[in-house]
Design a protein. Sequence first.
Length: 114
Amino acid sequence: MTVTIWHNPRCSKSRATLALLRERGLEPTERRYLDNPPTAAEIRETARLLGRPVIAFTRTGEALFKELGLSRDSDEDTLVEALAAHPRLIERPIVFANGKAALGRPPEAVLDIL
């Protein structure tokens, strides 16, 4: 099974999720999404795999969110473009496996897709 994690090593939830995967004997591919940002198409696909709108994995509490004039009512295309241009607005971690995705908040939530 191939497992990928959009990972930020400075984030405690991201580190905990990575540790949880490794405890289960998995060695996921780490994508440090701040250094290697996802494209708009990848963000749209992530929303589809999560079965949730883009706002559900957007860090709305970030000052940048407000600085960009975004709100919870912003349309999907606007949010997708903002996340592609400013990946720190992406909530982390997101784990991909078995044609599905899960947000690691809490870290145990990713176990459902394994």
